[in-house]
Ligand binder design. Structure first.
Ligand code: 3HC
Length: 295
């Protein structure tokens, strides 16, 4: 089956990025959000990202306009159901995702592929209640989606060979590099990245070094593009806590256990860049490390 049209549900950071790369790759793309205001915010996010691309000389004005011309945004689920593949990037909550797939299963033709951008839930849990377990697959993108080259293609125990083939080919047509991952919580990247980021928080808790020096250490000592605490602010501390909780529940291994400082920061609304403060304070330029553990 060749994919021509793409539906994306959820217009946050990930969903709007996925919709952008699909439209940029030539697919007619529909992005669905809960309310008209959220739908226009999602479109504005895509416009902003494409405009930065134009400013940086990576996207031509013609490509920006053509991409936006292929992207429609709205609140109607039935429009999404006419697409050849639907990718969900809604909140990391199995009940919410399952309800969405059940609604879409009633509306979509039987061969439509359902893909989840979950970071830590198990694809099989969604597949079994979707009404089409052979056509459900994981497509895990990375933030910022337009810049990150990887997509994990996750095969649930129920996913058919044909669905995996079509999904993998679709990822290539997006200009991304697919890797095949087993349906185990966190797949490849988060299985390694989440304990690494949690360990960086533990290093702060134990006073190993300052926030800025831990980041500088990993940037200059290990060649990472961002230090782990900057990355946590970028991913979102609330998102990381949710993923860690799901992975800890799944594996019961202490490396996935959220450190107390992470919970406290989330409780205090320090979600990272999205809330203006996390390990760094983004109200100043350049961002300054937040004093966290002063007695
Ligand atoms: N459109 C097109 N191109 C753009 C662009 C845009 N909007 N914005 C930037 N670019 C281009 C730039 O021109 C530049 O190209 P060049 O290398 O050819 O010069 C390149 O993208 C890098 O951009 P910048 O120079 O502005 O920015 P940085 O060099 O600081 O890189 C970054 C930014 C790519 C975000 C880098 O810091 C990075 O890779 N950070 C790590 C991100 C990461 O690890 N993400 C994964 C998070 S985990 C996740 O998502 C999983 C989830 O489940 C939690």
């Amino acid at each position: 089956m060749a994919i021509e049209t793409v539906g994306v549900v959820g217009g946050g950071l990930m969903g709007s990025g996925i919709a952008q790369v699909a439209a940029a790759a030539g697919f007619r793309t529909r992005l669905r959000e809960m309310t008209p205001a959220l739908a226009s915010q999602a479109r504005a996010r895509v416009v902003r990202s494409l405009s930065i691309g134009v400013d940086k000389g990576k996207v031509t004005p013609e490509q920006r306009d053509a991409t936006l011309g292929r992207l429609s945004t709205g609140t109607d689920v039935s429009e999404i159901a006419t697409c050849d593949i639907v990718i969900e990037a809604v909140v990391e909550d199995l009940a919410v995702k399952t309800a969405l797939w059940q609604e879409l299963d009633r509306l979509a033709p039987p061969d439509t592929i359902f893909a989840s951008n979950t970071s830590s839930l198990t694809i099989a849990d969604m597949a079994v209640s979707s009404g089409r377990p052979d056509r459900v697959v994981g497509l895990h993108f990375f933030n910022p989606v337009p810049l990150m080259a990887l997509v994990e293609v996750v095969r649930a125990i129920t996913t058919s060979d044909a669905t995996v083939r079509t999904a993998t080919e679709f990822v290539r047509r997006l200009g991304k590099q697919p890797i095949a991952a087993r349906d185990t919580s966190g797949f490849v990247v988060n299985r390694l990245l989440i304990p690494y980021m949690l360990d960086a928080i533990r290093a702060v808790e134990h006073g190993v070094a300052s926030v800025a020096d831990i980041d500088t250490g990993m940037r200059l000592g290990a060649g990472h593009p961002m230090g782990p605490l900057t990355l946590l602010d970028f991913v979102g501390l609330d998102t990381t806590l949710r993923i860690a909780e799901i992975m800890y529940t799944e594996f019961r291994e202490t490396r996935f256990a959220p450190p107390p400082l992470l919970r406290q920061m989330v409780t205090a609304g320090m979600f990272g860049r999205k809330s203006g403060r996390g390990f760094y304070d983004y109200s100043v330029e350049p961002p300054r490390a937040t004093p966290l553990l002063t007695a």
